[in-house]
Design a protein around this ligand. Structure first.
Ligand SMILES: NC(=O)c1ccc[n+]([C@@H]2O[C@H](COP(=O)([O-])OP(=O)(O)OC[C@H]3O[C@@H](n4cnc5c(N)ncnc54)[C@H](O)[C@@H]3O)[C@@H](O)[C@H]2O)c1
Ligand SMILES: CC(C)[C@H](C(=O)O)[C@@H](O)C(=O)O
Length: 334
């Protein structure tokens, strides 16, 4: 914490509904009376590229690297050029993606309560793509023991601190024997040395099993791309992408973002579901050690999801603004 006891938060709305849901999350943080913030707005994304020539200006990267925490919305076609470096800027090695069903919200699987711990630096995201000929393009998939162990150490602390009985490791080491084999072995070695129970599930089997019965899983540790795809799948089980927050945790810094993108089909209509972004702000509060405030924000969102108003993605007809006002009203009634 710095600047007169206030938490310094960098805010990057990005494109599309990022410009609607991030102001909503900031309004909720501002309504948390017991915690002081200073907000610094920074630019990134398609609009920024069109205006400045760079999707992620150096000043935005540096601000995220220096802030206590960053809140990010979404970027459009420049997403990979924005969010991947931003995750790197905060030194993030794990992306925490909770996928929960909420009372009052129609869900394919109303008992879902999962947390994905996604490796956040490598796999197919390392950027080694090459066009070798007119017919041939290649991608190098990078898996290191060190990144896999770092994720596993985090997973062990995560389940131990919460008294959770171990975790599942998702991989596809039957095919990617060298890379996912390395990941699987590193994770199980670290779990064993921490006395944490693990079960392995092949990625394809996990996809089926989680749809049929998500309650057989709790914490799910996975390589980067698997975590991306499977968390979106889990969003489908709980009622949609408007409900999934995430936290990119680094050694000294962190970045919080909804799992969803810019939602071009509804951008500008004022009806985006702000829950994922407000819940991301709740994870930011927890990360900053403001646990009471984090719980209050989480409870306020849950209460509004239960009683309404709800945005159209959840079957309602409320605006983003109406939902945010209801969340703030809930917060102030505590
Ligand atoms: N982290 C990021 O910046 C990020 C993540 C994913 C996608 N993207 C980008 O976003 C753009 C659109 O991608 P997409 O359409 O595949 O995914 P998307 O997440 O933007 O939208 C998928 C569907 O979910 C709905 N949806 C998503 N968030 C919602 C919300 N908060 N409230 C209500 N409905 C919501 C959308 O309306 C759409 O029907 C692409 O350019 C993609 O690259 C960026
Ligand atoms: C846009 C893309 C780089 C990003 C990812 O794959 O991590 C997105 O899908 C996400 O889930 O945040």
């Amino acid at each position: 914490m710095s600047r007169g006891g206030e938490h310094e938060i960098v805010v990057i709305e990005g494109d599309g509904i990022g410009q609607e849901v991030i102001p909503a999350a900031v309004a909720v943080l501002q309504a948390v009376d017991e915690v002081g913030f200073s907000f610094t707005e920074k630019q990134a994304g398609d609009d920024t590229r069109d205006q400045t020539g760079a999707a992620l200006p150096e000043t935005t990267y540096e601000a995220a690297a220096d802030a206590d925490a960053t809140l990010f919305g979404a970027a459009g076609e420049t997403a990979a050029d924005v969010i991947l470096p931003l995750r790197e800027a905060v030194g993030s090695f794990v992306n925490i993606r909770p996928a929960r069903a909420y009372p009052g919200v129609d869900a394919l699987q109303p008992e879902t309560d999962l947390v994905f711990l996604r490796e956040n630096t490598e796999g197919v995201y390392s950027g080694h793509e090459d066009r070798l000929s007119e017919d041939l393009s290649t991608l190098t998939r990078v898996i290191t023991t060190s990144a896999s162990e770092q994720l596993a150490e985090y997973a062990c602390s995560y389940v131990t601190e919460r008294s959770i009985d171990g975790f599942h490791t998702v991989h596809k080491a039957n095919v990617m024997q060298e890379t996912d084999g390395r990941f699987r072995d590193a994770v199980s070695r670290v779990a064993a040395s921490n006395d944490v129970a693990t079960n392995e599930v092949l990625m394809d089997a996990f996809a089926t099993r989680v749809c049929l019965n998500p309650t057989q899983f709790d914490v799910v540790v996975c390589p980067n791309l698997a975590g991306d795809v499977l968390s979106d799948l889990a969003a489908g089980l709980v009622g949609g992408l408007g409900l999934l927050p995430s936290a990119n945790i680094g050694q000294t810094n962190a970045l919080f973002e909804p799992v969803h993108g810019t939602a071009p089909d509804i951008a500008g209509d004022g009806i985006a579901n702000p829950s994922a972004s407000i819940l991301s702000a709740g994870m930011l509060l927890e990360y900053l050690g403001e646990t009471d405030a984090a719980t209050n924000v989480q409870m306020a969102v849950e209460s509004v999801l239960n009683s309404g108003p709800r945005t159209p993605d959840l079957g309602g007809n409320a605006s983003t603004e109406a939902v945010v006002n209801a969340v703030i009203e809930q917060l102030s009634s505590h």
